[in-house]
Design a protein around this ligand. Structure first.
Ligand SMILES: Nc1ncnc2c1ncn2[C@@H]1O[C@H](COP(=O)(O)OP(=O)(O)OP(=O)(O)O)[C@@H](O)[C@H]1O
Ligand SMILES: [Mg+2]
Length: 476
């Protein structure tokens, strides 16, 4: 097993810290959204309060027949208790001004018109006050207590600004405390519901991956019905599968080794028997002469079988060693080994262009071609006279994706039994004496090259397409 050590993410790079940060950020964002209107209405209330004091003052003075006759310090006290420099009360086109005995000449006057109370204006007004230069004078304008009356108050802006700053600081502090408390509560909840179970899952995966043959490491799923529960159960099932597959694979490998050993000895014993049978065949006895050829073919077949099983184990186990190979020559050699070139009855055509060079394992690809060509010859030979002008052709087609080598014959076509188990080792054979390994080996070797071996069902005969990717093409 590959054991690249992986560790669990630390607390601060893991899920938890991301969760806390996201929750806090979202809460702060929400607080900002809430803060704007609440600041605006705090200021509006503040101004309304001042206006109300102004209205009361103005009403009181209105009841007095002659304001000028009032003692100055009384009006001054009234104004100071409202925090104002001056109050103007307007009614039916007349206005009455009450101001300090020592009138203040304001430098910069800013108007807050409380008859206009839409939210954007209030918010802008609040920000204007908050970030204003000190020393401004505020002119608060608002409706009076009766119809057609209006009150105006002139006062310094500073107290309002100070109150707004105090209020903002309070809001920021409360927001922070809220954000931290909520994030903490949510984190604890998420930690119990999510992070801890996910950590348990990841920890188990890491441990199991290091020792998949240890069944005690298979996770015990909890009874949860949510996604985590499903993940746990699926992981448990997957780990159980991996565990048993591994065990099976080891047993199969052991068995394969045993079979290979037995097979090897069997082949040697059979070879000795073959030598004996060859000698027996030379005896003059007519009975022996009749039986000996059958004995010889049976032994040949048995040895062939043992040999192909040995080859199957050996050949498909090594990865291909790529080197430049002239394809035309490789096909020529394979046809020779398949006893197709110079065949008395079958016409063989090698239509591969002479300059085509592929980067392949010559032994393995030669083996693939040999299997395909041998199958074609065997099919044509067994069909005998049923096929007129038997022929086998190898052609090549090049596309931007790669090279397709087509091995085609005009024989009887694939028998149904072979079709059902095509490319399945030991299962695909539909001829007597066949091992059913040829096509299985051919496909495995092709796949190891990144290619594909597929059966094409032409109207006449059989065709196998051997596709190799363009990356293996060196020269066309
Ligand atoms: N060109 C072909 N024409 C007709 N039948 C074919 C052709 N190629 C393969 N077959 C059928 O497919 C079966 C499987 O072929 P495969 O090469 O895998 O096994 P085999 O030839 O029986 O045995 P082995 O190649 O291992 O000696 C063959 O038994 C044969 O019936
Ligand atoms: Mg074969």
């Amino acid at each position: 097993m590959p054991t690249k050590r992986r560790v669990l993410p630390s607390l601060f790079s893991g899920l938890s810290i991301k969760l806390i940060a996201t929750i806090s950020a979202v809460i702060l964002l929400v607080e900002v959204v809430v803060y704007l209107p609440s600041l605006a209405s705090y200021r509006a209330n503040w101004l309304d309060d001042r206006l109300r004091v102004g209205v009361v003052g103005a009403r009181v003075l209105d009841a007095v027949p002659d304001v000028m006759a009032l003692p100055r310090n009384l009006t001054d006290r009234l104004l100071t208790s409202a925090g104002a420099y001056a109050i103007v009360y307007r009614r039916e086109g007349q206005s009455q001004l009450i101001e300090l005995a020592d009138p203040v000449t304001p430098e910069e006057v800013v108007t807050a018109d409380m008859r206009n109370r839409d939210m954007p204006t209030l918010i802008l007004g609040a920000f204007d006050t908050l970030f204003a230069a000190p020393g401004r004078t505020l002119r608060i304008v608002g409706p009076g207590d009766l119809d057609q009356t209006m009150v105006e108050l002139l006062m310094p802006e500073r107290p309002l600004r100070e109150d707004l700053v105090r209020y903002s600081v309070q809001i920021v502090l409360v927001s922070l405390v809220l954000a931290i408390l909520t994030a903490l509560a949510l984190y604890l909840l998420a930690s119990v519901l999510l992070i801890q179970p996910v950590r348990r899952l990841t920890q188990n995966m890491l441990a199991f991956r290091r020792a998949p043959e240890n069944a005690s490491l298979i996770i015990t799923p909890s009874q949860r019905r949510d996604e985590i529960g499903i993940a746990e159960r699926e992981l448990a099932a997957m780990e159980t599968d991996i565990f048993s597959l591994l065990r099976q694979r080891r047993h199969l490998a052991d068995l394969g080794l045993a079979v290979a050993k037995i097979n090897h000895d069997l082949r040697n014993t059979l070879t000795s028997a073959q030598l004996l049978s060859d000698q027996v065949a030379t005896l003059d006895d007519p009975n022996v002469q009749r039986l000996a050829p059958r004995l010889v073919t049976t032994l040949d077949r048995a040895i062939g079988f043992a040999q192909s099983v040995l080859d199957y184990g050996r050949e498909t186990a090594v990865p291909p060693e790529l080197a430049p190979v002239l394809l035309r020559g490789l096909v020529e050699e394979a046809a020779f080994d398949a006893r197709l070139s110079g065949h008395p009855a079958i016409a063989f055509t090698n239509a591969v262009p002479g300059g085509l060079v592929l980067n392949i394992d010559a032994v393995q690809m030669g083996r693939v071609l040999l299997n395909l060509l041998k199958n074609a010859r065997e099919a044509l030979e067994s069909a005998g006279a049923k096929v007129t002008d038997p022929k086998v052709t190898v052609t090549v087609e090049q596309t931007p994706l790669g090279v397709t080598i087509a091995v085609a014959d005009n024989g009887p076509g694939l028998p149904p039994r072979a079709r059902d188990n095509l490319f399945v080792a030991f299962e695909g054979s539909a001829r007597s004496g066949g091992t059913g390994l040829g096509l299985a080996i051919a496909r495995e070797l092709t796949q190891a090259h990144g290619g594909r071996l597929s059966f094409v069902d032409p109207p006449v005969g059989t065709q196998f397409d051997l596709f190799l990717p363009a990356s293996l093409l060196l020269k066309t």
